[in-house]
Write a protein that binds this ligand. Structure first.
Ligand code: ADP
Length: 592
């Protein structure tokens, strides 16, 4: 290791560090001009040298910083050069036709060589090739105009070699830093986009939110995003990034769709510009079509990125730049990554949109069902009332024979049952109607329980059920609609009585728990399977248990209970074991 390789690389390496190296060469080694260039990739894929630091003549410096020359022509020229360590020295005698301006970016100095055998000639070329650790050429250090007017001797060359090593390190570090900060910037862009794209928004919102970030992150002039239809066919919407939205001709939209599918399959993001080679996913004609269109809207180049998730291509993203077709490998890679992120976003947004549409459809269906129930039950109510009236007349008639009387009784039972169904349906549509508000009053639950049990007393004694009650000494009142709470208690207690076999027990308990009144109805009845419990409160649901369905019922009782509870800001809970029994617990807000 030579002492020069131990030279400390400054912490803050930027172009300033390269400038220091260049100045070191001029001041310490005794040259009037030193120029450091780095290797860049040109839009057409060829390599160029870009001047990034120079020391010496200030006026010249301003002109040449940033100037680019083809690397190939330098390498061609120095084939004849003498090898001095890292340096290549090409004495003017070896030149046939040399274009210093092209190769180095500075003009040939205008001076008279001194009169000596080792005199420096204006056309002499001395340049160090700066390689990275893996031997890749990353830049050059070119020097000119020795103070003493002579070609460098052994001592000067030794010193120059030191600077070449330091320049190489500095160039590599600078380029790495540049690349790193670019990577950080692009990663930041991607993160911002994914974060900003919430699945809760609709797709056009998500995409327009993303576009600002994309345009900024990629330093592009504008962008547009095309998403494909959900069925995967045809082309969906095209979203442009800025106010002056680009109206894309349909041929171009179709072309973009085809290219997106190809690019997604190949997993590439491609650059399209007049001065760039035809990308592998396009034909020459296709490229010409795109470039022709870009010309008409004053755009120099675009980066075309497929969007997708898994196998599926979901759209494409186009980023445009004016005045340059210079998109780096890093840009393309980052854009492809964003294509994956946006693909997921599109998929999420689609799912969200689909769910939303489904909810709307279901709500419409629910409204339709409620209206249907309400209309039918009202329509049934009137004829049923008149049938009942005439049946009562017949029942009172003394002229009927025994057979006719049995028929009238059967008709009476039938209309009673029908009447219960219609009543349930009417109540169902009433408690399910959000416009039908409750006017809350204090309802003494113990009293309601007592009344309900009175009404059921005949059945209770027929079935020899052991009914017990656990009621508070002082009245406990729930806050709500008297009729509805009455119906709630009646439905729960009558279910317990109905679904409990002969001779078993039913228990009803009322209690207060803080701000709530708690009603608990337990039985030693048939019980409800876990699978049935999931649907218990749905309209028209009847158990899958044949022992239960053999008993008369509409499947509306618990649905009504649930709606009443919800309308009262209460809660209902069921615990049940098939074959053992059930406990329904209702909590309602306490009155007062
Ligand atoms: P219905 O009793 O008119 O069928 P419900 O909505 O009141 O309608 O009850 C729905 C179903 O839940 C019933 O068919 C029955 O199978 C079951 N079920 C309700 N309460 C009980 C209970 N206490 N014990 C056992 N099964 C019950």
């Amino acid at each position: 290791m030579t002492p020069a390789t131990q030279a400390r690389v400054p912490e803050e390496v930027d172009r300033g560090a390269l400038q220091l190296v260049a100045e070191g060469v001029t001041e310490t080694v005794g040259f009037q001009l030193a120029t450091i260039s780095v290797v860049r990739t040109a839009p057409d894929g060829s390599q160029e040298l870009e001047v990034v630091a120079d020391a010496g003549d200030d006026a010249t410096g301003e002109i040449i910083i940033g100037r680019r020359t083809p690397l190939a022509s330098l390498l061609e020229e120095i084939k004849q050069a003498e090898v001095w360590g890292q340096f290549r020295f090409l004495p003017h005698e070896k030149l046939t036709e040399r274009d210093v301006q092209n190769a180095y970016g500075w003009v040939v100095p205008d001076f008279e060589p001194i009169d000596a055998p080792d005199a420096w000639h204006p056309l002499d070329l001395l340049v160090a090739l700066l390689h990275d650790a893996s031997g890749v050429l990353r830049g050059t250090l070119a020097i000119d105009l020795p103070d003493n007017g002579r070609r460098p001797g052994p001592e000067q060359r030794r010193l120059l070699e030191k600077y070449a090593v330091q320049a190489a390190r500095t160039v590599v570090t600078t380029l790495e830093r540049e690349e790193l900060s670019e990577q950080v910037r692009l990663a930041e862009t991607a993160r911002r986009i994914v974060r900003g794209a919430s699945a809760q928004q609709d797709l056009s919102q998500v995409l327009s939110d993303c576009q600002a970030g994309l345009v900024e992150g990629f330093r592009s002039q504008g962008s547009w995003i095309q998403t494909f239809d959900e069925d995967g066919r045809g082309s969906g919407a095209v979203y442009a990034s800025n106010g002056d939205a680009v109206e894309l001709p349909s041929t171009l939209v179709d072309l973009a769709e085809r290219s997106a599918r190809r690019s997604w399959a190949e997993q590439v993001a491609v650059v399209v510009a007049g001065d760039r080679p035809v990308p592998e996913v396009l034909t020459r004609d296709e490229q010409a079509t795109i470039v022709g269109f870009l010309d008409t809207i004053g755009i120099s180049s675009l980066l075309f990125v497929p969007l997708g998730a898994g196998e599926e291509c979901l759209g494409n993203l186009v980023l445009t730049r004016t005045g340059t077709s210079d998109w780096t490998e890093l840009d393309q890679q980052a854009a492809l990554d964003i294509g994956h992120d946006l693909g997921r976003v599109i998929l999420n947004a689609r799912t969200f949109q689909r769910e939303h549409e489904l909810v709307v459809e279901l709500q419409a269906l629910d409204t339709y069902k409620s209206q249907l129930i309400s209309t039918i039950s009202h329509e049934l109510k009137n004829p049923l009332t008149s049938v009942r009236g005439y049946l009562e007349l017949l029942e009172g008639s003394t002229t009927l024979g025994a057979e006719e009387q049995r028929a009238v009784q059967a008709m009476g039972r039938g209309t009673d049952r029908l009447g219960r169904v219609v009543d349930d349906l009417l109540l169902m549509s009433k408690v399910g109607d959000p416009h039908h508000r409750i006017i809350p009053v204090a309802v003494d639950l113990a009293r309601v329980v007592g009344e309900v049990l009175d009404l059921l007393s005949v059945t209770v004694s027929t079935k020899q059920l052991a009914v017990s009650t656990d009621l508070p000494d002082a009245p406990v009142a729930a806050l709500g609609d008297e009729t509805e709470i009455d119906r709630l208690v009646a439905n729960l207690v009558s279910n317990a009585v109905k679904y409990t076999p002969v001779g078993r027990a039913v228990a009803v308990k009322v209690d207060r728990d803080g701000d709530h009144v708690v009603l608990e109805v337990s039985d030693q009845g048939l019980g409800i399977s876990e699978a049935d419990q999931e649907h218990l409160f749905e309209e028209f649901f009847r158990s899958t248990n044949p022992a239960a369905t053999s008993l008369p019922g509409t499947g509306l009782g618990l649905a009504i209970v649930k709606r009443i509870v919800e309308r009262h800001d209460g809660a209902i809970d069921v615990r049940s074991t098939l074959g053992k029994g059930s406990t329904f617990t209702v909590r309602l807000p306490v009155a007062g």
